[in-house]
Each structure stands twice: as C-alpha cells, then as structure tokens.
Ligand binder design. Sequence first.
Ligand SMILES: Cc1cc2nc3c(=O)[nH]c(=O)nc-3n(C[C@H](O)[C@H](O)[C@H](O)COP(=O)(O)OP(=O)(O)OC[C@H]3O[C@@H](n4cnc5c(N)ncnc54)[C@H](O)[C@@H]3O)c2cc1C
Length: 413
Amino acid sequence: MTAGRHALVIGGSLGGLFAASLLRKAGWTTTVFERSAGALASRGAGLGTTRELVETMRRAGARLDISMAVPMSGYVWLDGTGRVVHTQARLNASSTWSRVYLPLREAFPDSDYRAGMALERVTQKGARVTAHFAGGATAEGDLLIAADGNLSTVRRQLMPEVEPRYAGYVAWRGIMEEREVPPAIHRDHFDKIAFSFPEGEMSLAMPVPGHGDDTRPGHRRYYFIWYRPADAAALSDLCTDADGVHHGTSIPPPLIRAAVTRAIKADAAERFAPDLATVIARTAQPLLQAITDLESPRLVMGRVVLLGDAAFVARPHVAAGVSKAALDAACLADALAGESDIDAALARYERERLDFGTRIVAHGRRLGTLLDGKNILRAEWTGDDAYRDPRRVLRDYGAPHLVHDLTAQDLAA
Ligand SMILES: Cc1cc2nc3c(=O)[nH]c(=O)nc-3n(C[C@H](O)[C@H](O)[C@H](O)COP(=O)(O)OP(=O)(O)OC[C@H]3O[C@@H](n4cnc5c(N)ncnc54)[C@H](O)[C@@H]3O)c2cc1C
C-alpha cells in the first residue's frame, strides 16, 4: 500500500533521523537533507532520558548500550547554607546528545543522508511536494517532514507569525570534571539532581557523562544550570561583547564579557551554598542561553508536516525535547503505516501531536513560574502559583505525566 512513497526529511538531527528511520520501517523511501556539511556538533552535556526515548531508539534500529546514561536516585533541594530542605526519591538518568545521535546516524544509510543541503523553500502541487535547496537543487516527494529545528525554514515560510517566545529568563550552564567536584557534594549529592532556589531563581546540578561520553564513576562530569530573570534590556547587555557588538539573543561563549562572568560568579557566592558556588566559580567558560518556548497552531499544511523542535519547543525544565521528537516520529510512522489515505493519516498525526505539544509547553511554563520576577505572597497563590513552591517543582520536574523516567532496568531490558 505504501510502495513507491517517498518522504523528504529536512534536518538530519534527532527528529529527522527518528522520522526517516521509522518511516523506512513502515515501507516508505526516505531521504534526509541536512544543512550542515560536516558532523553535527553536540548540543550540550546534560540530556534528560526517558523510557520512550530508548524504546524509540530500539525501534529505529539504533544500537543501545547500558552505559549510555548516568543513573540518578532522586532530587534534593539545598538551601543557601547547603542544608537539605527536601528530598524526593526518583530513579532517572542523564545522558548526552551524541549518545542518541551517533547510534541513530550509524543505523541510517549514508546513501540517503545528504549533508550540506540547505533548504530554501517548499512548493506544493496536488499531492506532490518539492524542496528547493541553496544552489538550485530540487527534490520531489509525497511528503516533506520539516525536522529543521526551532528556527525552521519550512515553518517560517508557511507560518511566519509563529516564532520562539522569550520566557523572560536566561540559563547559565557550566560543566566540570568529577574529580574537581567539592568532596562534600560528591559524597552526599552527586547521584542526585541538586536544586537550589535563591530568591526568584532556580539552579540544578547533576552528574552527566564525561569526556568521550564516559559514564564510569570517576570519569563523569558535573553539570549546572542556573536560571535567572533578565528583561529584554538585560538580555541585550549580556549578549553584547567587549567591543560593544550586540549579538542578538545569544552570544558565542568566548565573546561573553569577562566582567559578566566575574559578576555571575560573585552573585553565586552570595546566593548559593559555598560548595555549589565553588562549582560555578570553577567553571572556566559558562554558556548563556535565552529560554524560549514555541507553539505551532498547525502541524500539517498539505503534504508538509512539522516535527520535533520545528513544531513545539518546551522550556528545558521538562527535559524532554529529544523524547518529544522521538514520539512525534513514532506517531507519524504509526499513522502512515499501511494507511492508503495519506491525508487522513496526517490529520491523525496532527491531532495527537498538537495535544502532546500543547501540554508539554504548558508544563514547561508551569515549572518556570517562580522565575517570572513577581513576588506573590503564598496566601495569594492560585492555580499555577503552586509552582512557586520548590517542593511542587521537584515533584513535577520533567514531564512525569507525559513520559516515563529511564531507569537502568529499561536499558538492560
Ligand atoms: C543547550 C541545549 C540543551 C538541551 N537539553 C536537552 C535535554 O536535556 N533533554 C532533551 O530532551 N532535549 C534537550 N535539548 C533539546 C534537543 O536538543 C532537541 O529537542 C532535539 O535535538 C530535537 O530537535 P530536532 O531534531 O527537532 O531539531 P534540532 O536538533 O534543532 O535539529 C534541526 C536540524 O535541522 C538542520 N537544519 C536547520 N535548517 C535547515 C535547512 N534550512 N535545511 C536543512 N537542514 C536544516 C540543522 O542543521 C539541524 O541539524 C537541548 C537543546 C539545547 C540547545
């Protein structure tokens, strides 16, 4: 029923590779077009994992290895003196982007992965869709899957009004070697996500795989994320280099002004327990990320489908962007498998993934409530204000109502 059907997949990162691999198993021919000419750069050290992610990797034919993730036993909230305020047992695991990307990429044939192909625009005629690339090349198929990330060229062409929305706060991220972690933190908290909540702010520190994605004890790394409110003017200042050049809403780490780095380390010393402040102080090069989210009101436009970050981006508190991309791809493949009516299959995909995307974006916003700069007294809390209570944040961190934490048993299964 699906013989001869061809999907053009724009974007060869995780969403694109999941979609291309799973549609292939559903009987489609798939070709991936990736703008980057070389190997894709890793997207950061700490990656939240889920059972759904591992199951979809297996289904896509990707090699899985029990050492892909660092197991953790739960969450702990530390106050400004390092005292434990609250703990929450919860088995989960952190991994890295490359531990997911490389096995997926290896499982997908090189002959159908076209690197250095930057999509410029899409045209449609009847049930056929054509991708137009920089340099003049074109490709034609029955379906085009836009897995081209949060700044998707395809989405911007078809729905220019939909753009990432700044959340009003930034994340500072940093990483250090396991052997440099202050001994008391290593002894008491290294196997957990350690949260802190300085006034109107939030930080997390956790173990992640080390150099070469090594997950062996002693070879891991310690990773922190510190969320801090910054209005548009403050963000613009943070993204201005020492020569006064404004870089928009992001800045290459080496261009972050030394005075900015000094200031956040000084703030850390005032706001965090001494050992956590040391973790931040020892980070040679903190990274800055403006937190955004994105919601698409539609996912299907004729024979064009949005998937992964091109469709929805939830704030990082849900730690599930990769799992969402995997589930989007699985849903699309399931809807199309053996279905003669492509449009009906796409309508089903849209219905299911709009619902999931809307819910996960809303949850990311809820988890970020206490970063909104408002000082509302507990007695006046209503609705999502409950998330101003760190205990509530710990209870619902990630998206436990939408995906399942990964445990060592899931990997071994
Ligand atoms: C710093 C950081 C930390 C993160 N941490 C986590 C985490 O802990 N847990 C988690 O689950 N997720 C995390 N994410 C999110 C996660 O990386 C994404 O959700 C995931 O990679 C799925 O994205 P995607 O494949 O849809 O898009 P992307 O990974 O953005 O890939 C889009 C691809 O499309 C290509 N492309 C773009 N435009 C074109 C074009 N015109 N033509 C051809 N190709 C194009 C790009 O080169 C890129 O390879 C994090 C992201 C960042 C930036």
